[in-house]
Design a protein around this ligand. Structure first.
Ligand code: DLL
Length: 433
């Protein structure tokens, strides 16, 4: 039976959600106008005042917020409450520039716990569960976000954090973990290690995984579900908006419900900024309408996704986002063709008998972009003759060419030669940068 954490909201009629959004949006806009210089200036430049924002339909009048705005005001310049009301900060890893800092009041932490608890319930979790949190604890939001969600639902948190794979497996077994929260790439690594240790996943009590923090395909889902003997649910979030729990998958496993009573989503054309209708792919934009410390307005996530209000079999009415394909900054342009690493993953894994470990190496040789796809061999393929390896490379090459429209050099590499990840995986090395 479908489980909900807050059925009244998760299954509310659309007009109720809209009314809530309108009320909350107008009060949030007033709050940031009064307390954040950056927003006051931006709104004045755009010639609008808080009085112009009466309903959720007025959202598009407001200017966008960019990651750069957070960097320019680093560390606390966009906080909308006095610092003594902030009870927690987190930060993004800063791999793509200066790190950005985000802050929470006690009320914000309560909201975050609730949205994470909704995700746990949708994955079948309840107070009876033992929830093994393998997302990193620390400035990254994954660990503490899911930890507080676990406590909110009344389940037992096992705060393992990332790393030390053999210890993870021992704890999974000995502590009787029933749900694991982990990145898809680390889930895969755990599954691989469990197999190598000769353990049958049925020896564990695990039934579900709540997996996110990076793009992953349905083909990868199948591998993980098989390898760990679980049902794997997607969860989406980003530190700037709150952390894990912005959106979460339900039993339908087809898109994630956005907690739109707290975060209003839009899809825009990343080039023109124009709002796109439901069903079209574009950049996801979120507006926080309940947070106090850092309520970002129309924050451009750079994630490419699709929004849909199609009826969901789980009974939830909250709007859904389909699996994000990746970030626009991760999209590779190879000889003019746009390619997301997730598209390559989907082609590779749909071929069967191919290991889910791969790496894209992009370079420019004599002014021409080159793409090499390293695919790790499975032990079975590795023991085969050279001729069948060539055949395999050709088969992959053709599949990539016919599906993605680009030619690539395929290199089968030895089992275990592509580095495993305990957090977010690195799928691309772009030597052109
Ligand atoms: O990754 C928060 C999180 C933790 C989400 C644990 C889910 C589970 P950041 O480190 O700020 O926050 O990275 C946010 O990660 O903009 C997406 O590009 C990507 N991302 C997160 N979840 C998904 C997902 C956390 N389910 C960035 N599918 C986002 C695809 C995801 N990409």
């Amino acid at each position: 039976m479908e489980k909900y954490f807050n059925k009244n909201i998760e299954c509310a009629p659309l007009h109720e959600i809209k009314a809530l959004q309108s009320f909350r949006l107008s009060s949030t806009v007033r709050h940031v106008y009064q307390n954040v210089e950056h927003y006051r200036k931006k709104m004045e430049e755009a010639g609008i005042s808080p009085d112009d924002i009466k309903t959720a339909d007025d959202l598009s009048k407001l200017p966008f917020t960019l990651k750069q705005d957070l960097r320019d005001t680093y560390p606390y310049g966009m906080f909308a409450v006095p610092l003594d009301e902030v009870v927690r900060v987190h930060a993004s890893s800063g791999t793509t520039g200066k790190q950005t800092v985000v802050g929470y009041t006690q009320g914000d932490i309560d909201i975050w716990s609730e949205v994470a608890a909704r995700a746990i319930a949708a994955a079948g979790g309840s107070k009876d569960d033992f929830i093994h949190v393998s997302y990193g604890y620390g400035l990254f939001t994954g660990g503490l976000g899911m930890h507080y969600g676990t406590e909110k639902i009344g389940a037992t948190a096992i705060p393992v954090s990332a790393g030390n794979t053999s210890r993870q497996i021992q704890i999974l077994k000995d502590f009787g973990s029933t749900i694991i929260c982990v990145t898809p790439s680390y889930a895969l690594y755990l599954a691989e290690s469990i197999r190598e240790m000769g353990i049958d996943p049925s020896e564990f009590k695990l039934k579900a995984g709540i997996l996110g923090a990076e793009p992953w395909t349905d083909e990868m889902r199948e591998e993980i579900e098989k390898g760990l003997g679980i049902k794997a649910y997607d969860i989406y979030g980003l530190s700037e908006i709150i952390g894990p729990g912005v959106a979460y998958e339900c039993s339908e496993q087809n898109g994630m419900h956005i907690n739109e009573d707290h975060f209003i989503p839009e899809i825009i054309d990343p080039d023109t900024g124009e709002v796109l209708p439901f069903g079209e792919a574009g950049e996801l934009v979120f507006t926080c309408i309940t947070k106090q410390a850092l309520p970002l307005i129309r924050y451009r996530t750079r994630d490419i996704a699709v929004l849909t209000r199609d009826k969901c079999s789980c009974g939830r009415t909250l709007i859904k986002m389909l699996k994000p394909q990746g970030r626009s900054d991760d999209m590779l342009i190879i000889r003019g063709v746009n390619v997301f690493p997730s598209q390559v993953e989907s082609v590779l894994l749909s071929m069967g008998n191919i290991s889910p470990h791969y790496l894209l190496i992009v370079d420019r040789v004599e002014n021409r972009d080159t793409l090499e796809i390293q695919v790790e061999m499975t032990d079975e393929i590795f023991s085969d003759a050279i001729k069948s390896l060539e055949e395999m490379e050709n088969r992959i090459k053709q599949a990539i060419e016919s599906t993605l429209g680009i030619s690539a050099k395929i290199r089968l590499v030895e089992p275990k030669s592509i580095p495993r990840s305990e957090g977010k995986a690195t799928r691309v090395i772009d030597k052109r940068k």
